[in-house]
Design a protein around this ligand. Structure first.
Ligand SMILES: Nc1ncnc2c1ncn2[C@@H]1O[C@H](COP(=O)(O)OP(=O)(O)OP(=O)(O)O)[C@@H](O)[C@H]1O
Ligand SMILES: [Mg+2]
Length: 313
């Protein structure tokens, strides 16, 4: 089904104000249907207007970069990066996943033979003479991956002495952005220099959070870091949402924590909740996303809903 855009979204795409969009609609330059006071405008109509009026603008459209971040380990960052990425790909988007964790769990989950890799995101970060396009790997699930190897652990140290050390990943992704609609970065479980590079390169963050006690305390620290990054490195960084993961609705405990999260961070917690499921745990060993491992599964449907919700610029 074709995506429908709001007047504001169309204004952003065309780099004009909403009044101009309304003028285009009235003049028949754009087609759209009116719902109440709002318009719903098919994405194809916008693309075709862009091509007619400014052929280079459409070609230069670049990916939205989303960092999947939480300094706490084992909260579902890698699982979310992979399955959300495949969910976006299933909507027809071109998707690149960046594995920024030396553990390389994302690369392995996507079926990349990590032990045999000769080049990884590490080389792209450390050697600015290397074209990152040559390092990107295609995967069976349809998403591309900029893989990691254990070398990446050294980058955390080596980056320290580089000029503009926080902005190295941003430069690497600038060389890849025009090829994709979405770039998702799987961050390591720390707030070290690799994560800071991800935050400096990203347009927005998604924060997976397990529903357990003290969840809000860890998030407060993360939000403070995001504020600092916004002040010093990346003014436009925004929080797309906090994603409750591994939720076991049968326990009062999980329900209480979910309630606390929604109270502590009003409007910032996604409606979509990712349930705890052994099928999700099994799927990486098979090198498959939950969509390919168990298509009808609740968690597959939840990641697909999340993909629809975050599939905008
Ligand atoms: N919805 C889920 N239900 C059950 N298990 C899950 C779910 N999501 C993730 N897991 C499992 O929990 C473990 C941690 O998940 P994952 O690796 O995605 O977290 P992470 O935040 O990337 O961890 P790290 O901080 O170590 O990188 C993995 O074994 C994963 O398979
Ligand atoms: Mg991980």
């Amino acid at each position: 089904m074709e995506r429908l855009l709001s007047t504001q979204e169309v204004a952003d795409r065309l780099s004009v104000d909403t009044k101009t969009v309304l003028r285009y609609l009235r003049a028949g330059k754009l087609s759209g249907s009116r719902i109440g006071r709002e318009y719903r405008i098919p994405e194809g109509a916008v693309e075709s207007l862009l091509r007619r009026t400014n052929p280079t603008a459409a070609a230069e459209r670049t990916a939205v970069v989303t960092a999947v971040v939480n300094q706490k380990g084992g909260v579902g960052k890698t699982t979310t990066t992979f399955n959300l990425g495949v969910g976006l790909q299933r909507l027809g988007r071109r998707v690149l996943l960046v594995d920024l964790d030396p553990q390389a769990a994302l690369s392995a989950s996507a079926g990349i033979p990590v032990a045999h890799l000769t080049a990884s995101v590490y080389q792209a970060l450390i050697d600015d003479g290397i074209d990152p396009r040559g390092i990107v790997r295609e995967t069976l699930s349809g998403v591309d991956v900029l893989p990691a190897t254990i070398d990446l652990a050294a980058a955390e140290v080596e980056l320290v002495s580089m000029t503009l050390r926080e902005l190295v990943l941003r430069d690497v992704l600038d060389q890849l952005r025009s090829r994709y609609d979405h770039i998702l970065i799987d961050c390591p479980p720390s707030l070290g220099l690799l994560t800071i590079n991800a935050l400096a390169a990203a347009d927005r963050v998604i924060i997976p959070q397990q529903c357990e006690y003290l969840a809000t305390r860890g998030l407060t620290l993360l939000l403070r870091t995001l504020d600092k990054v916004r002040a010093r490195l990346n003014r436009n960084l925004r929080i797309e949402g906090i994603l409750p993961t591994m939720f076991d609705g049968r326990t009062t405990h999980a329900n209480e924590v979910l309630g606390e999260l929604r109270t502590a961070f009003p409007g910032q917690v996604f409606d979509v909740v990712i349930k705890d499921s052994v099928r999700v745990k099994e799927s990486p060993a098979a090198g498959l996303s939950i969509f390919d491992y168990d298509a009808g599964h609740d968690v597959a449907q939840a990641y697909q809903r999340l993909a629809k919700e975050v599939d905008h610029a």
